[in-house]
Design a protein around this ligand. Structure first.
Ligand SMILES: N[C@@H](CCC(=O)N[C@@H](CS)C(=O)NCC(=O)O)C(=O)O
Length: 213
């Protein structure tokens, strides 16, 4: 398997952590991709021009959720149980909904980054940024109401992995300070970081320090 991604991508990082948790890292090599480079063949691999992409033989898999489903399918075939999406059929659907929430929070965060990356300063639209921020803050309000505690030790679920990568992404790109919206996620991060080895190994190089990094 070949993973096309870039070092700062929170989505690519999720795939790396999931591969490590499932014991698949040795089967996966990483080929760096540059979404801004029109000559990068990633646009032939994924017409959306987005990473991550997983190349498996002749198959080209994207996006993150599809890659997670693929990893899960491989893991369940070999171990007869799931780590990323454990439990009953309805538990799996609930976990996929939690994952969709975090991916949506990140998609909104990425659009905020692109608003300043792709538009000239005098063309930026504050109401668009506020619209995206509201998606993130509403999601944090829901997460806060769930009293989040990290309790899956070295076998995080898909949404656990996504949440850790999302919180770090906001600290890296600074769209907002999630501590203002769900302060208890700081202890969640400490517990996640202590339990999941690949968390620290996959941090963006120049991210600010934190107690759990
Ligand atoms: N929801 C997608 C989002 C992927 C995504 O937006 N990746 C960013 C990099 S972090 C990207 O490829 N951006 C380039 C673009 O949107 O053209 C997923 O889960 O894979």
């Amino acid at each position: 398997m070949i993973l096309r991604t870039s070092a700062p991508s929170p989505f690519g990082r999720m795939v790396k952590i999931a591969a490590d948790v499932l014991g698949m890292t040795a089967d996966m090599s990483i080929v760096s991709a540059d979404t801004n480079d029109p000559n990068d063949d990633l646009r032939q691999q994924n017409p959306l021009g987005k990473i991550p992409i997983l190349l498996v033989g002749d198959d080209i898999l994207y996006d993150t959720r599809v890659i997670f489903d693929y990893f899960d399918q491989l893991y369940v075939e070999q171990h007869d149980k799931s780590i990323l999406f454990p439990g009953s059929a309805m538990d799996i659907i609930r976990e996929k909904t939690r994952l969709a929430r975090v991916i949506g929070m990140l998609d909104a965060g990425i659009l905020i980054v692109y608003e300043s990356r792709f538009r000239l300063e005098n063309m930026r639209v504050d109401s668009f940024v506020d619209y995206q921020l509201a998606k993130i803050t509403r999601s944090f309000a829901d997460i806060k109401a769930e009293n989040p505690l990290y309790k899956n030790a070295s076998t995080p679920t898909a949404s656990d992995i996504a949440l850790a990568c999302a919180l770090d992404h906001y600290d890296y790109r600074k769209q907002l300070d999630w501590r203002d919206h769900c302060p208890s996620l700081a202890s969640w991060m400490i517990d996640f970081s202590n339990a999941v080895t690949s968390y620290k190994l996959t941090l963006p190089d120049d991210i600010d320090p934190a107690e759990w990094r």
